[in-house]
Design a protein around this ligand. Sequence first.
Ligand code: ATP
Ligand code: ZN
Ligand code: ZN
Length: 870
Amino acid sequence: MYAKVIVDVPAKQTNRAFDYSVPSSMKGWIEVGSRVGVPFGPRVLQGFVVELHDTTSVDPKRLKAVRHILDPAPPLTEELVELGHWMSETYLCHEVTALQAMLPGALKAKYERYVQVADIEADGSPSMLLLLPSQERIIDYLQRKTKVKMEDLLEAFPEDGGLIRDMLEEGLLLEKQGMKDRGSAKKALTVFPPGIKIKQNEAASVSHHEETRSEAGSPVPAAESPADSAASREPLNLARLADELPARSHKQKEVLLYLSENLKPIRLTELMDKLQVGASTVKGLADRGWIELREVEVMRDPYANRHFEETKPLPLTDEQQSVYDTIAATLDRREHQVYLLQGVTGSGKTEVYLQAISRCLEQGREAIVLVPEISLTPQMVERFKGRFGDEVAVMHSRLSAGERYDEWRKIMRRQVRVVIGARSAVFVPFRKIGLIIIDEEHESSYKQEESPKYHARDVAAWRARYHGAAVVLGSATPSLESIQRTRPAAGAGSEYKLLMMPSRVAGRPLPPVHIVDMREELRSGNRSMFSRALHRGLEQRLQKGEQTVLLLNRRGYATFVMCRTCGFVAGCPHCDISLTYHQVSRTLRCHYCGYAERQMELCPDCGSEHIRHFGTGTQRVEEELVKLFPGIRVIRMDVDTTTEKGSHEKWLTMFRNKQADVLLGTQMVAKGLDFPDVTLVGVIAADTVLNLPDFRSAERTFQLLTQVAGRAGRHTLPGEVFVQTYTPEHYSVITASRHDYDAFIAEELPHRRQLGYPPYCRLILVTITHEQIPLLVRTAEALTMRLRELGAMEQGRAASCGEDFFMDVLGPVASPIPRIKDRYRFQCVVKYRGEASASRIVSRVLDEFAERAAKEKMLISVDVDPQMLM
Ligand SMILES: Nc1ncnc2c1ncn2[C@@H]1O[C@H](COP(=O)(O)OP(=O)(O)OP(=O)(O)O)[C@@H](O)[C@H]1O
Ligand SMILES: [Zn+2]
Ligand SMILES: [Zn+2]
């Protein structure tokens, strides 16, 4: 048997599958999707099996063999391997990068370099070797230990770095590379009464309230287990043994009696807690061979101590019902279809998701729910756990690597059938997907900014097509790309189908939104960041004991340091960007390269002491709130206050329990929250996004304002919204204030069409970086020219066959951030319409330039469908 393996070296030369032979011992094990260790040159690398064959075109004698299989069951499915291939072509990334992105961080290989003594004997010339005493000491040290890391060796012989290097060069020492996973299963000592035979898998949920679903359906290494041998003997009678013990061993008696009544494995710590005995008491019994004590894998469950109120399906409103019926019919027919569910804020989209998932589970299929990271709030998790209980795994970045790994293992073991998570949860290794839901589908966080630069929406559609599954994209403010796809294309049907829920549940009205012109405020002498109207609104809410949500957009309110005498702004010496002030550590930091320096006391330019630290915008708002309304209780949620694990949850619970009057924050407070007593929403400054040099800025402004306005008056109390702005005439502000999506796109789409931006064209952003500008400019220009040339040729070819294809290349120009980490950055933008040939052209040009780029140390990166042109 032969395997094609993609190795873990993201480079052009290795971006293809290599052939290996499969030793017969592995034949029953190895599968497409297995993670393996394979010899590659002098090293052993991690790789993924992408194909298995009985024959090979390579001379079998020249093939190396697969060295190890790294996991008991393959972490990837055949489908995911195929998806990886599609991603590499679509997003122009290395295939291994795509495959790696599908695994939890814990499974990503970490390489460790070990130092070994060369096998001198085998060289046949031992007598020729004359070792220096210092060399002998090093060899002696290495022979006494195993797996000595290079760093450790250098630490043990701090004087001899040069000597060690020489020994490596002379071949006296060898460097070996080993592999290690970043995270691992957590183990806990577990007590086994005699005669209890248990499989590793089941042991995993020992003494956990979750019941164990049967087999994972995957082979697990037959661990040498003491319980197995115990089982072959006649089970010991624990009660009788307890009698044999002397009276002073009453603690041990207690343990034996407990175990004789509860003939099942129990975690050591739990047993100690229960019976108030020490570990030595239990270990003593194990030493006598009466019980078994061994380590088993346990699951970390971040929600273990949480009780979720069970919820029952609500009777649906007419609008919900008709949307649900359409989705359910598609599920029943096992058809593939992407739905765009446009439902205003508070229209009850979540209840539709829940009931659609129920239907999908009844069919024995699985469901994935994606939500933006910041709206993966406890409230959201609660809704799904409340309906589906232990069937739900949660994946988000606030879990530790270990916790995430455990959630992922639950999926591998088929212990859960619903996953709710942020972007990367789209890759969970389910095998029978029936439904994928993407909530707030317009959110830019569904696009990954690092390679693989995939969009979860498109990956979801791909997977759903593979499985014959439905996709539901939900939003009150769909992205223009998605809404465009609901419109019939020339000569064909539409790609997505539009479903609408235009009204709020129970006939509740959308809140009135008042636009406040802040220029007007200034003219009337109000210099505060609160307009008089918002001030009055806050006052009223405080009197009535109702709550307020205040939004301050983080972007545009950077936290920087400026000299008030000369206007000097502290910038990063390596990047063209200002440094960010971190109040806690009193440092200035660069968010792009990590450069940090101490807070300035004097201006480096003019020596002035008048340095002003602009704290986070939210911090300033908080200060002003407290000044204006003494005694006001404010919860501030921003990057500074939510880094600590669980802090998010803590703040929101406090707010829900009405321990605060105001929830003040960045985008975090705009989405998904559903609090009955919030009757006022204030937007401190609506323009901060509008001023960004980004063709999506109007769309983002409209979305953010609509979302945050949607937090008010969601239950019985009516709500009200104030939007403060310096551009009250802008259509994104006006249409958002009227909750009028159609009016917004009626203004926005013609702009996009005129400028040739998405959704009318697609974009590919090519960024080129180098330390020297002249070289950079030359290469950037050559590359852009070549793109233009090939684009024109393709356009000509398409025109002659009557195909619709258009391609244009803008640039090259300096990137909006012209320098990062001492590298200058230039970019060009490919605009195109029509089928995928543009990415083929870009891919071809990259290939042509690969050698030159390597020689010149030029870095070229590509972003297909970029969210930002940065
Ligand atoms: N059929 C129903 N009957 C009664 N109440 C409902 C029903 N459906 C939803 N609700 C309630 O209406 C409120 C709003 O629903 P939900 O949060 O799902 O809205 P949404 O459409 O997701 O809004 P947003 O886009 O703002 O997140 C919730 O409190 C929910 O419990
Ligand atoms: Zn100065
Ligand atoms: Zn920097």
